[in-house]
Design a protein around this ligand. Structure first.
Ligand SMILES: [Mg+2]
Length: 254
């Protein structure tokens, strides 16, 4: 009988509720890009003379290209890289720019309209109290250092001290094995000791199951997922329903 040692969670639509997000993503992004453009114009005075429209157009084309390529390759897009490439394409000297620095000027913040699912605190506490490690694995375009700002804002960052994994940092998107392997290295657990919870049938469920983990589907009403051909080990409408499933699979874990 294997013991339960860790539970890994997807972030968006699994821990964070996006159903209240009403803003125009492009407009929100333009606000962040404006800060980057302000920085570039000051730093490369006379060399970089573009406005936010030109930079945004460059950024969007490169973002779309990165996500389109990712569908075939599973190579994760990275907003820092796109910020850098866009600046270089508009004449900034590559050697005097680094992605990390550009990201600080991107001023990432909690996204208006997103909220924490109400049961998250209770479920994380139940797991942690029982000595189970909890971790995060997201297909984010943002490095984890940016997503951490959101997690901190929701008061949940401290639950995941060891394992917070963003595809942008690892270089591969779920369902690619590399991102799951990276997370398991951080928890120090085997797939048999680890349960994965997420809302995306392919990225989360098929990806985790291929690694040998049990995978629990969190139903979401926000996105239209195709569930055909996917057999999750369990399915829940709220994370609270996860705990009895763990009781059945790992008797005595709590
Ligand atoms: Mg998700």
């Amino acid at each position: 009988m294997t013991d339960l040692k860790a539970v890994l969670f997807d972030v968006d639509d699994t821990l964070l509720d996006w159903s209240g997000f009403r803003d125009d993503w492009m407009m929100l992004e333009s606000q962040h890009l404006q800060h980057v453009v302000d920085f570039l114009r000051a730093e490369f005075n006379g060399v970089f003379t573009y406005g936010v429209e030109a930079y945004t157009a460059e950024f969007r084309n490169r973002t779309i290209a990165a996500w389109t390529a990712a569908r075939g390759t599973m190579v994760a897009p990275n907003v820092g890289r796109v910020l850098h490439e866009s600046a270089v394409a508009l004449g900034c000297p590559a050697e005097r720019l680094d992605a990390a620095h550009l990201l600080t000027h991107y001023h990432w913040r909690k996204i208006p309209g997103t909220t924490l699912f109400p049961e998250v605190h209770e479920v994380m506490k139940a797991l942690i109290d029982a000595g189970i490690k909890v971790g995060l694995v997201t297909n984010a375009y943002q490095p984890m250092s940016l997503r951490d700002i959101e997690l901190e804002g929701f008061g949940i960052l401290h639950y995941f001290p060891e394992c917070r994994v963003s595809a942008a940092d690892v270089g591969y998107l779920k369902p690619h094995p590399a991102i799951f392997e990276h997370a398991l290295k951080k928890t120090g657990t085997t797939p048999e000791q680890t349960v994965f919870v997420g809302d995306d049938p392919e990225a989360d469920i098929i990806g985790a199951q291929r690694m040998g983990m049990k995978a629990v589907l969190r139903y979401t009403t926000r996105r239209e997922h195709d569930y055909s051909g996917v057999k999750a080990d369990g399915a829940v409408n709220t994370l609270t329903e996860l705990l009895p499933k763990l009781d059945a699979w790992y008797p005595g874990w709590r």
